[in-house]
Design a protein around this ligand. Sequence first.
Ligand code: ADP
Ligand code: MG
Length: 362
Amino acid sequence: MITGAKQVGIRIEAAVKSFGRGQRAVDSLDLDIRAGELLTVLGPSGSGKSTVLSLLAGLAEVDEGRIWFGEQDVTELPPEARKVAVVFQSAVLYPHLTLRESISFAPKLAKTPKDEIDRRVTEAASWLQISALLDRRPHEVSGGERQRAAIAKAVVSRPALLLMDEPFSALDAQLRRALRTQVVRLHQEFSATTVFVTHDQEEALGMGDRVAVMRDGRLEQIAPPLELYRNPVNTWVANFVSLQPLNLIPARYEAGHVSLCDGAVRLAVPDRELPAQFTLGVRSENLRLKPAGEGSLRVLTAEAVGEQVKYTVAAPDGTQLVALGGADRVFSPDAGVELAVDWPRAMVFDPDTGERVGAAAA
Ligand code: ADP
Ligand code: MG
């Protein structure tokens, strides 16, 4: 672990924040962030993610509720008293300073001894692979390198809480993946409590120790990535955290069989009791196609996705489903097919409320 790093747990209690007379940007939010964890906050645009970061950083004040850093109530504390560092989408670096000078700025201001600053800068630069760029100015490096410098700048101030607001969203997909891995490694070394905001499912599920899913200023669910993926609390979360298309299909259950698509599909379900009527949630990776000349489903499209093929299939009642298959056995458009559901991975939702059925038992 990098020396000098501190770990603190954070608690947001019943926080409310509105702007002007508008709708609540954050609405009765309770959020526990564990000491030393990397929490990703995932939500669509406008769901209140940046507002949560502003409240944590002290850049905005709550209308109601409290914020705790460990045992300390920081609700009324200004940003500079909170030991927080923020990395935004575009790096806030000083244009006329070299990266080294920008990165050293905060610890210098805090009167940290020079050799200690040099040690921290060297260490952070090495971690983020920008050691060779330290004497350049921001306009002399790429966007990805500027973001790394911004992260180094945040880290050398040894914050109790490191906040990142979509820091890679302006960068291309490949670079984003590389930087994601670097942040995870940095967090393993540095171990500061970290909140990473993103609207990208892959980023949130890939990086987070836990993922907090936000919608309309509220917390929908908070869970480790795999638990969130397998046991989403409702159809909205299930759909939002999907890496591949999710099928939500009205279903009936009777005598060990599920019928879908107005009875055109009838499937035996071993070892599972189901409600008489429900919404079946099945991710395309858990839905397989089997050849069936006289099958009631037809392949509409087949798209190559690396080693897999993504199929759209249609039932006689017009229902369209998405299934993934291996590239070694390809169904042509118009082929007749049957479905096979990976039942242990199937999700069962209330057809009216969309809430997951049997959430507690899972
Ligand atoms: P996200 O980061 O998830 O996209 P934000 O926290 O930026 O969401 O915004 C949440 C809601 O609050 C949005 O409806 C947005 O328009 C509103 N909002 C955010 N900041 C301000 C502001 N400074 N003034 C007025 N409305 C704001
Ligand atoms: Mg935002």
